[in-house]
Design a protein around this ligand. Structure first.
Ligand SMILES: Cc1cc2nc3c(=O)[nH]c(=O)nc-3n(C[C@H](O)[C@H](O)[C@H](O)COP(=O)(O)OP(=O)(O)OC[C@H]3O[C@@H](n4cnc5c(N)ncnc54)[C@H](O)[C@@H]3O)c2cc1C
Length: 444
């Protein structure tokens, strides 16, 4: 098998490639944490003979425009960072804010990405008005949110019924397949390629960023849980609620570190509502003193927040280990159980840190093992997925399945899921040319 890398500079080139029905993996900014880009060629076994294409979509011509109703229409290679800058110049802002702003928005559809602002605005899927994609014949097709999901598959009704349990999660263990647009959302490029998206935006309202310092969660998470409960009914004023634990500070430069061996919870609050949130939420906390609440500049918040996962990625690369981190979201009533689990996982004697989308009960626990320590960390993570299955939580709420999480997701897919994956792959990818090693191939 020969791997061939192709970069596409125009949609016409891409259409030509699609018409040849060659097995291919398409990528955009390569920020996915579930695709090991540095080992891709060894992890993509397919057939012994023939060619396999690694297709770069990050050079496709980019275009953005804001409609009168404020929706953003974008085509091609547009990153979250570029879209935010563009929107702000027009008095608008994004409703979705993934921590990695260099990722492309079209890829964000494919991974059903979420992020910090999900706390106030819901997941990205809920903001997609319509999208266009290229199918296996290179034909561009349009899908609209107002249309229902259609498939001739007899498994669809049972699949949709199973999904009901997960409707309040950011992402479930399997894609939603309820509205027409869902064909491309969370299917990780296995049924077509997203080329154009129309998403809702919001007013570019002034926001205030504050952080509170807390004791280390491993010792006592009473103060954390008090904040968790206090913010839930203020999603109209608090846009995001994020955690970096004290261990995360080890991965920041000395002048970036916050607190003194303390955990940090950040709130992004609409400035117009800040006084109200300060007086009625922050000053009413019984386990956190208002003296421990500090304002932080927006740039510094983003720098520090994104700096941690990026540093973790680098440390893992230097150690020669694949990232061992979680992406679990649980229902609010199971959040303490999740923290208890992480507390035990922290005791195995391997470096770790905890961070993420605290307000949504969605945290990333990361081990930072040496090569020798990896096996015992993987054992712990396997135990976590057993618990998540029992809690009926979501094992991978935003980073997707890719290649790295496939062995863990299998237990979350029953007959109804596999049957629908099978039928959708046959219908929309009859030559199995789109990411043939993706999780939907479980059904083939
Ligand atoms: C530091 C850090 C922080 C992160 N924070 C978040 C976060 O807060 N929220 C979140 O959701 N994710 C987060 N991620 C994960 C990652 O950024 C997302 O998964 C992102 O959507 C991937 O975008 P990308 O352009 O890098 O896609 P790639 O990594 O290039 O591709 C990802 C997947 O999408 C498919 N794909 C790419 N382009 C297309 C297309 N045009 N059409 C169809 N399929 C396509 C690929 O085949 C692949 O399966 C983070 C990652 C890092 C490193």
């Amino acid at each position: 098998m020969t791997f061939v890398t192709k970069t596409f500079y125009s949609q016409e080139d891409l259409v030509r490639h699609l018409k040849a029905h060659q097995p291919s993996f398409y990528f955009s900014s390569k920020t996915s944490t579930v695709i090991p880009y540095d080992k891709l060629e060894t992890l993509l076994p397919w057939k012994k003979d023939g060619e396999y294409f690694l297709c770069d979509l990050s050079k496709l011509p980019a275009h953005m425009e804001v409609k009168e109703n404020g929706n953003l229409v974008l085509r091609g290679a547009v990153s979250w960072e570029e879209a935010k800058k563009f929107l702000r110049s027009k008095g608008r802002n994004l409703k979705t804010s993934p921590t990695e702003q260099l990722a492309l928005i079209t890829a964000g559809i494919a991974t059903s990405c979420t992020g910090e602002r999900c706390f106030a605005f819901g997941n990205m899927r809920s903001q997609v008005v319509r999208l266009k994609y290229l199918d296996f014949n290179g034909e561009e097709k349009e899908l609209k949110r107002e249309d229902e999901f259609k498939s001739a598959s007899s498994a669809l009704a049972a699949y949709q019924s199973d999904f009901k349990h997960y409707q309040n999660f950011k992402n479930a263990p399997y894609p939603r397949f309820e509205k027409a647009i869902d064909l491309m959302i969370g299917t990780e490029g296995q049924l077509g390629l997203v080329t154009e998206v129309e998403i809702e935006t919001t007013d570019n309202e002034p926001v205030t960023y504050v952080f509170t310092l807390l004791p280390r969660w491993e010792e006592d998470f009473t103060a954390h849980m008090e904040i968790f409960h206090a913010v839930q009914s203020h999603r109209d004023a608090i846009i995001s609620c994020e955690l970096l634990d004290a261990n995360c500070m080890n991965y920041l430069k000395p002048d970036e570190k916050l607190g003194n061996n303390q955990d940090v919870i950040f709130l992004e609050v609409k400035s117009s509502a800040f006084e109200d949130i300060y007086a009625n939420v922050l000053c009413n906390l019984t386990h956190t003193s208002a003296d421990n609440v500090f304002e932080i500049a927006e740039n510094k918040f983003h720098h520090v927040r994104a700096g941690v996962p990026r540093a973790i990625f680098e440390v893992n690369s230097q150690m020669g280990v694949v990232k061992i981190g979680t992406d679990v979201q649980v229902s609010p009533d199971k959040f303490e159980d999740l923290l208890e689990f992480y507390r035990k996982a922290a005791q195995v004697g391997v470096r770790y840190c905890l961070f993420g989308h605290f307000g949504d009960a969605h945290l990333h626990f990361n081990y930072m093992p040496t090569k020798d320590e990896s096996a015992k960390c993987l054992d712990e993570i396997q135990k976590l997925y057993d618990e998540v299955l029992a809690w009926k939580g979501s094992p991978f709420a935003e980073h997707g399945i890719g290649l790295l999480k496939q062995k863990y997701i299998k237990r979350f897919h029953g007959k109804n899921q596999l049957d629908l994956f099978h039928d959708l792959k046959k219908e929309h990818d009859p030559y199995n040319q789109f990411f043939p090693q993706g999780f939907m191939n479980e059904g083939l």
